[in-house]
Design a protein around this ligand. Sequence first.
Ligand code: PLP
Length: 394
Amino acid sequence: LEREEPTHFGAGPAQLPTHVLQQAALDLINYKDIGLGIGEISHRSKDATQVIEDSKTHLKELLNIPDTHEVFFMQGGGTTGFSSLATNLETAYVGKNGKLGKCGYLVTGSWSQKAYEEAHRLRLPAEIIFDSRKYDSNGKFGSIPNESEWSSNLNGDYAYVYLCENETVHGVEWPNLPECIVSNPNIELVADLSSNILSRHIDISKYGVIMAGAQKNIGLAGLTLYIIKKTILNDIQNANQTKLDELNVPVTPIAFDYPTVVKNNSAYNTIPIFTLHIMDLVFQHLKAKGGIKQQEVENELKQKSIYDALDSYPNFYNLPVDKSVRSKMNVVFTLKDSSLDGKFLEEASKLKLTGLKGHRSVGGFRASIYNALTVESVNKLSKFVKDFAEANSK
Ligand code: PLP
């Protein structure tokens, strides 16, 4: 069960800590000496229930989750979340107010764009509060306008306002949450943290719902974690079906109905318990190394190392994202001379630096430096970035 420490910068599914996978592999075969693997036992057994409880407890400790919020896990990925967030949150709004609220989206990259499209496709009253491309000097996803430029776009009643904290494809990350949303007691903030959860300190009390797919910072694809304000769960339950029908609110499929999932401790239907166990092993690993505080220190060193390397060759590398909103997880760049693209990847892979190709929609390169990538691994990439520029600059 050994392997050389990988230096894989893929955007997801992403590299996980080797010792976590080693433990998981053992538990897949024979969990706690019961003679069966953790994926082979009933999801309602004592051991499986304990995995669910442990994952919740460890996550609550890591993120300091207050009693006002509940944690649950659901099958599907971020895309499933786009749909379930829209229908559950609209149902909650109707439950509380007896009328429809708008589904507001702050579009800063392709994932928030897709989330908006899904709410619209579900025939909900979806609205783009701003699309950052309209405010960008290049007309691209590469910046986030100042609040003063868009806060006046907010008007009317919102069931929720949605943002994607870290746009994985475009490498744009919100440095702070927008004050005009979090300070408004009538607006529930819904946030996609799929690619930056557990990478930095966050204040849970500011969020109505957090959604995060597992396959980047916390585990394998297949499960998504949710942190939700308990009052939203109550509002969903209080919604009157006749009223919902009258307002044409789509019915949420039962396995994605948040109160049903929570009431059944995330096991209304068969939860992939092995996948959850890996998540919990990642949570335990993070706790043992010093929690979010320590991880944040490492992530700061990593992002500084790679951005400094790229910035020191401005005639060779192009960084399309505005410095103020550069992602600390997904570092996007291109070569000024794209005829060197193939050579860059080839030489990187000779050094076992893999997964660097940019997303197919934007091209160029992307180095994803999620939690599992060590400072040492990122420094290795930074050195390569500098050496390559030195050797190939005209
Ligand atoms: N949101 C973000 C920020 C993502 O990076 C991704 C996928 O990479 C998704 C949502 C969609 O996740 P999934 O492919 O699990 O549906």
